[in-house]
Design a protein around this ligand. Structure first.
Ligand code: ZN
Ligand code: ZN
Length: 419
């Protein structure tokens, strides 16, 4: 008997939405009394954003500022704004956010935008807008990537996203089903979500301890279309679950999270790799990515859809064709078991092992928080305007850890941990 399918949650979806907001504030942010909060959200996520604000104030927030994004207004820009105007991004806004983080504000992002919003738009305009935005966002991104403050990302089931995940269902049904998945993946459907998160963080940390003890020089992924050796940065440190930000606050940056991850060496990645899930990047679906790395850099790149956007992304800067993250997720992770494609990095990256192009996390280098950008680069940590995760794991991928002496140890077989 399949107990899981029979199980019915005792709590209503209103209660679970409230618990998701509470988990976002207490576990995701670990918001401190007196701390300011800057929140971004799609306009359709207003009910969750309000509950987050309520829980933040209950936790002692001094001020909650919410910035809503509107997909429909974004589309109007693509329809009516001049081509030259796509060079423009609101640098003032991102500088303001960076100033808020520097002065101690926490950051919460609710995601749920339409994964294919810009699919039909001019690729040149999309690429120009992405590039301008990435560049303008850099001051804020650097602080986030360095965990200068506590931050978290949670998801809300918006109609456009839900329709993409469940194309056969009616809109109401799709939204309801997506919420169910968000609640269970975010661990708010059990009797004690706070305790569930404590146990989950402990399990992820046991995995990072084991990998940190091994001190592998490289990882090797093998499967259909993939034979990739990922050299790891000098002094790399595995992370997973909760993190202590530089302000001393313990936060969970992603809700949900299933990954353990570290920093690859930017010059030591070799071989070919094929994506195992489509990548939804700023409204463009990039499917069946296949790239070849030599001396750390992508030297050949193809994709079945979105290839032009992918190529533009790789041209963003020198670091855009190199890796900033490698992350391991077993094929049996709860999100993977749903068998669904979410078209959202927050969910899909927690269903499969993945790599990220671009910016690395200084947290994932031992002592990296105190290092200058040049010192980090000297350890092999990559630097870029972008950080884009894409999935390379599946039930057909084997993974070995390679020691400094060249000895290899099986870590995953057919997508599952064997250590
Ligand atoms: Zn990741
Ligand atoms: Zn990432």
């Amino acid at each position: 008997m399949n107990i899981k399918a029979e199980r019915r949650s005792g709590s209503s979806s209103d209660q679970r939405l409230d618990r998701l907001a509470e988990i976002a504030v207490r576990v995701g942010l670990g918001l401190a009394p007196g701390q300011e909060l800057v929140m971004t959200a799609p306009i359709e996520a207003l009910p969750l954003a309000r509950l987050v604000a309520e829980h933040a104030y209950k936790a002692g927030a001094s001020l909650v500022t919410t910035l809503f994004a509107d997909d429909a207004a974004t589309l109007m820009r693509f329809r009516h704004a001049s081509r030259e105007s796509f060079e423009h991004a609101p640098a003032w806004l991102f500088e303001g956010m960076a100033a808020a983080f520097r002065s101690g504000a926490a950051r919460l992002a609710i995601v749920g935008e339409d994964p294919a919003l810009l699919a039909g738009q001019d690729a040149e305009k999309v690429a120009t807008a992405n590039r301008a935005r990435s560049k303008a966002y850099l001051p804020a991104l650097e602080l986030i990537a360095a965990f200068a403050t506590n931050w978290t990302i949670v998801a809300a089931a918006t109609p456009a996203w839900a329709r993409t995940v469940f194309p056969q269902a009616s809109e109401d049904e799709a939204v309801a089903r997506l919420w169910e998945l968000i609640f269970s993946a975010s661990r708010v459907d059990g009797p004690d979500p706070i305790a569930a998160w404590a146990a989950h963080n402990q399990a992820l940390q046991a995995r990072t301890h084991l990998l940190n003890e091994r001190r592998f020089a490289a990882l090797r992924f093998r499967g259909p279309g993939t034979d990739l050796q990922v050299g790891l940065a000098e002094g790399h440190e595995w992370a997973g679950g909760s993190t202590t930000a530089k302000n001393g606050i313990v936060c969970n940056a992603n809700i949900p999270t299933e990954e353990v991850f570290t920093t690859p060496h930017k010059d030591r990645v070799e071989g070919v790799v094929t994506s195992t899930k489509p990548l939804s990047y700023q409204g463009t679906l990039i499917e069946e990515i296949s790239v070849r790395f030599a001396a750390g850099a992508i030297v050949e790149a193809n994709a079945r859809t979105g290839e032009e956007v992918l190529r533009k992304v790789l041209e963003t800067d020198e670091g855009a064709r190199r890796l900033g993250e490698v992350a391991l997720v077993p094929y049996s992770s709860p999100i993977s078991r749903s068998g669904l494609l979410f078209y959202s990095t927050l969910f899909d990256e927690n269903a499969a092992s993945h790599i990220a192009l671009g910016q690395s996390y200084s947290k994932c280098i031992r002592g990296g928080d105190a290092m200058s950008p040049d010192e980090l680069a000297g350890h092999g940590a990559n630097r870029s305007l972008i950080h884009i995760d894409w999935m390379i794991g599946s039930a057909e991928i084997d993974l070995d850890g390679l020691g400094r002496d060249g000895r290899s140890e099986p870590l995953m077989k057919k997508g599952e941990w064997v250590v």
